[in-house]
Structure formats: structure tokens, C-alpha cells
Write a protein that binds this ligand. Structure first.
Ligand SMILES: NC(=O)c1ccc[n+]([C@@H]2O[C@H](COP(=O)([O-])OP(=O)(O)OC[C@H]3O[C@@H](n4cnc5c(N)ncnc54)[C@H](O)[C@@H]3O)[C@@H](O)[C@H]2O)c1
Length: 448
């Protein structure tokens, strides 16, 4: 099948294998940038597209804005031809385009696909014959075929169509979920199998050829919807299991049982059990959000996803639970929350990362403030915090040397750089939501 551009799928596969293929990645965030660097390591010439001019100039100056990515990695990628741009006209030069833009919820907790739609609308005029377009942003089943392909087809001035089914010409479209777990170094990124679902067999073949260059295993599935649903199943599984341990933690506390000891014992079972840990609530751009993409879509099929809703309810109650325990801990010391000075440790949604999206710390700070507390925070990854979609804090990180000035220290994120023994020693009261003080005996500690 020779295409108008003169490039057959076999030619493109060869270009992938010889690293001559040009790869464009849209969205230079927590997902897109590391992906661009993986392809660059494999000597592909990668172009990163982003609408944020600050990110484009930082990358072109060889700088990194993600803590775990060293600037040297960016400069090394530049040597392999990596550069960033905001100019979508360059899309036409790419053999493959991978979309990694945000998929948040709107104010009604419904999917906000505006970033995906905006991106697809902007690339549509430049999409060419034989090109591979892959959506990696997490979304509900049906997005690729119901939203992405129609926008690409409608916006293409040459009337190109997606080469689904047995169509001879057109562009190729896949969905391939991103499965990265920031801060988790136990599995190398190349060892995380890459699931790919395509609109037609050629699309899957092309995507398999591309991803096989950077992932050890590619897992083809029969459709884009299966690939979309796979990612949601993975995240719903985590969300529901976290809600389960969060609920059991509350029961265990009433019964005087340490839930962490129970989990540690249960995880010695070599089959049928996977450990999940309770905490102050969900955070990040995935687990608190993705399940609701499916609940929303399920309504179209007159179906209620009750596990997702229950898990959402339980997990979103956790920051309130933490604040109640701060108040209880102060009460034991004959103090009240109103007027107390509280130091929240950790803004990031989990240990050792510089991402505070949907972080429970933000909610806890707001709830403490609403009950009259004077709140400060410390986080080595965030010297300052301004305002975002769901918060307006405008605060500066308080040095840990001032810990003695506070009535209570609340451990919300268990960064590994913290010296928990010293924190307990210097604090008047410690509310530990992460079991970070495990093994430390002190009447000052409230574990919740
Ligand atoms: N962060 C994770 O750990 C993770 C893991 C798995 C999947 N995901 C999914 O990957 C997707 C991206 O997440 P992320 O964490 O990288 O988001 P992010 O906010 O870190 O990055 C998105 C980037 O896209 C850019 N952008 C927005 N609109 C654009 C447009 N129209 N054109 C070009 N660039 C645009 C933004 O400026 C930003 O740099 C989401 O769907 C998310 O659910 C994230």
C-alpha cells in the first residue's frame, strides 16, 4: 500500500527500526517529557510540543522543571535532536505524534476533554497521509473513536480519513495508556509493558513498532476502547482498594488494632493479596480523577458504577478525618483548633515528588484554616505555593527549625528526607497520617 506521501507502513516501520522516524510529543508535562527523553535516549529526533511558552523556552535552554529530571538529561536529548516548540505547523514533519495533555474533571466532576479536543483540533490541519497519531491521555472508553478521529477528519484540509478497517489510505490512530508511577523506582520505565489499541491493524502494527524501541514488551489489544478501559480498570482497582483500607483503618482505630501491622502480616500471603495503604486522602492527576471518567460514561448506558462512587466518597472524607484527629489531639492537651498554630508537613500528593495536583494537603490546610487554625507548611519540593484550580494558598515553606513554635505537626506527605525522630522530639503534638513514625514510641504521636 503506497501512500500519497510515498511512505508505506513498511517504510514507516523501517524508519522506526533505524531511528530515522521523527516523533512529536504533545504536552511536555509529567508524562510527555519523560517519554520524549526515552525516545531521545534511543537516538530518535524528538520534537516536544507545548502551549506553555515557559516550558518551551526552558527545554530549549536545556533546563528541567521536573525535579526528578536532571538538566543534563535534557541537554543529552538535545544532542540527539530534541527540541521544543509551540508551532503546530511542524506536526506535518512527524512520522508519529503522541498526545499527552491533561484530562482533568470540570467543576461538576465531569470529564473535561477541552485539552484533548483543543490539541486534536490544532493538529488536524497538519495531519498527513500515513502518519501515526496516538492518544496517551487517560480517558473514558470511546474517546479515541468518538472524539479524536472525528475532529481529525473534520479539520483536515485534504479530506484525509483515519485508515480504520480495511481502508487503503489515510492516517493511523491508536490509544495507548500511560502507566508511569512517579516516584516509584522499583520498576524501570522500559519494563512497564505498553498496552496499545488501534483503529485498524496497521495502526497497531505501527504503534507496536514505535513503542518496541523503548519498551521491552508491547501488549496489543483488539480496539482503542479496550485500551482506554484497561487504564481505567487499573486506576479504579487502586482507588477502590485504597478506599477499602481507609475504611478498615477507621474501624481498626476504634478496635485498638494497628492497620499497618495487619497489612504487613497479610502481605506475607504469596497469592491473592496485594497491599494498599491508608492515608490522608487521594492525590495526583490520576487516581482521584480517572474513575469518574468511567462513571460519567456509564450514565450514557443507564448504569451506575457504585464501587467508584463509594470509593470516591470514602477517600474524599479522609482529609476531614485527619482534621478531626488534629482537633482531638489538641483537645487532649487542653487546646482547641481555633487559634492553634499547625505545621503541615508535605504538600506533594505523595512521597518524594514535586507534584501537588489534587493533593490532600491542600484540602487539609483549607479545612484547618476554616476551623480557625493558623496554618503553615513545610515541603522541600515546594519553597512556595500559590494558587491552582482548587486552591488559593499563597504561602512560603516554613523552615523545620521553627517546628517548636507550633502546637501540632501534621505529617501528610512522608518525604524520605524528613528526620521523623527529630520531628517527634521537637514537636508538641504529631498527627501522623502515613505511618511515618513507625517504631517511634511517644505519647505525643496521634496515628490516624
Ligand atoms: N502524571 C502521571 O503520573 C500520569 C500517569 C499516567 C497517566 N497520566 C495521564 O497523562 C495525561 C497527561 O498528564 P500529565 O501529568 O503529564 O499532565 P501535565 O499537566 O504535567 O502536562 C500536560 C502538558 O500539556 C500541555 N498542554 C496543555 N494543553 C496543550 C495543548 N493544547 N497543546 C500542547 N500542550 C498542551 C501543558 O502545558 C502541560 O505541559 C493525563 O491524561 C493524565 O491523566 C498521568
Amino acid at each position: 500500500m503506497k501512500t500519497l506521501s510515498g511512505c508505506t507502513p513498511i517504510d514507516t516501520i523501517e524508519k522506526m527500526q533505524t531511528r530515522e522516524a521523527r516523533i512529536g510529543i504533545i504536552g511536555m508535562g509529567y508524562v510527555g517529557l519523560p517519554l520524549a527523553l526515552l525516545f531521545s535516549e534511543e537516538r530518535f529526533r524528538v520534537t516536544g510540543f507545548d502551549t506553555d511558552p515557559a516550558k518551551v523556552s526552558a527545554l530549549n535552554a536545556g533546563k528541567s522543571y521536573i525535579v526528578r529530571i536532571a538538566p543534563e538529561t535534557i541537554s543529552k536529548a538535545q544532542e540527539a535532536g530534541f527540541r521544543a516548540t509551540a508551532d503546530y505547523a511542524e506536526i506535518g514533519q512527524m512520522d508519529a505524534v503522541i498526545i499527552c495533555v491533561p484530562t482533568p474533571l470540570d467543576e461538576h466532576n465531569d470529564p473535561d476533554l477541552s485539552y484533548v479536543k483543543g490539541t486534536v483540533g490544532s493538529i488536524a490541519p497538519h495531519v498527513r497521509e500515513g502518519q501515526l497519531i496516538v492518544l496517551e491521555s487517560t480517558t473514558y472508553p470511546g474517546t479515541t473513536e468518538e472524539i479524536v478521529i472525528p475532529i481529525l477528519e473534520a479539520g483536515n484540509p485534504h479530506g484525509l480519513k483515519a485508515a480504520c478497517n480495511n481502508q487503503q489510505t489515510g492516517f493511523h490512530v491508536c490509544f495507548s495508556p500511560e502507566r508511569e508511577d512517579p516516584g516509584n523506582d522499583s520498576v524501570a520505565r522500559v519494563d512497564i509493558p505498553k498496552v496499545v489499541g488501534g483503529c485498524g491493524p496497521v495502526a497497531v502494527e505501527l504503534a507496536t513498532a514505535m513503542y518496541s524501541t523503548i519498551f521491552r514488551r508491547v501488549v496489543p489489544v483488539s480496539s482503542t476502547s479496550v485500551a482506554e478501559m484497561t487504564k481505567l480498570l487499573e486506576n479504579i482497582y487502586r482507588c477502590v482498594n485504597i478506599a477499602l483500607v481507609n475504611e478498615l483503618k477507621q474501624l481498626c482505630m476504634r478496635m485498638g488494632i494497628d492497620i499497618h501491622e495487619v497489612i504487613d502480616a497479610a502481605r506475607t500471603k504469596p497469592f491473592g493479596f496485594q497491599a494498599f495503604y491508608p492515608g490522608p486522602g487521594l492525590g495526583g492527576h490520576c487516581i482521584p480523577i480517572d474513575p469518574f471518567y468511567l462513571s460519567w460514561k456509564a450514565r450514557e448506558f443507564d448504569f451506575r458504577t457504585r464501587f467508584i462512587e463509594l470509593a470516591g466518597e470514602l477517600n474524599s472524607r479522609m482529609p476531614y478525618f485527619v482534621v478531626d484527629h488534629v482537633a482531638n489531639g489538641l483537645n487532649v492537651q487542653s487546646k482547641c483548633l481555633n487559634g492553634s498554630k499547625i505545621l503541615v508537613l508535605g504538600l506533594a500528593y505523595k512521597r518524594d515528588i514535586d507534584d501537588l495536583r489534587e493533593s490532600p494537603s491542600l484540602t487539609i490546610i483549607e479545612l484547618l484554616r476554616a476551623r480557625g487554625a493558623n496554618v503553615a507548611y513545610n515541603d522541600p519540593y515546594f519553597p512556595t505555593v500559590g494558587h491552582g484550580r482548587h486552591y488559593d494558598l499563597n504561602m512560603v515553606s516554613t523552615p523545620l527549625e521553627q517546628i517548636e513554635d507550633f502546637d501540632a505537626t501534621v505529617i501528610v506527605t512522608d518525604h524520605s528526607s524528613y528526620d521523623y525522630r527529630a520531628i517527634v522530639e521537637k514537636s508538641k503534638l504529631v498527627v501522623d497520617t502515613r505511618n511515618a513514625t513507625k517504631g517511634i514510641q511517644s505519647a505525643k504521636i496521634v496515628r490516624c
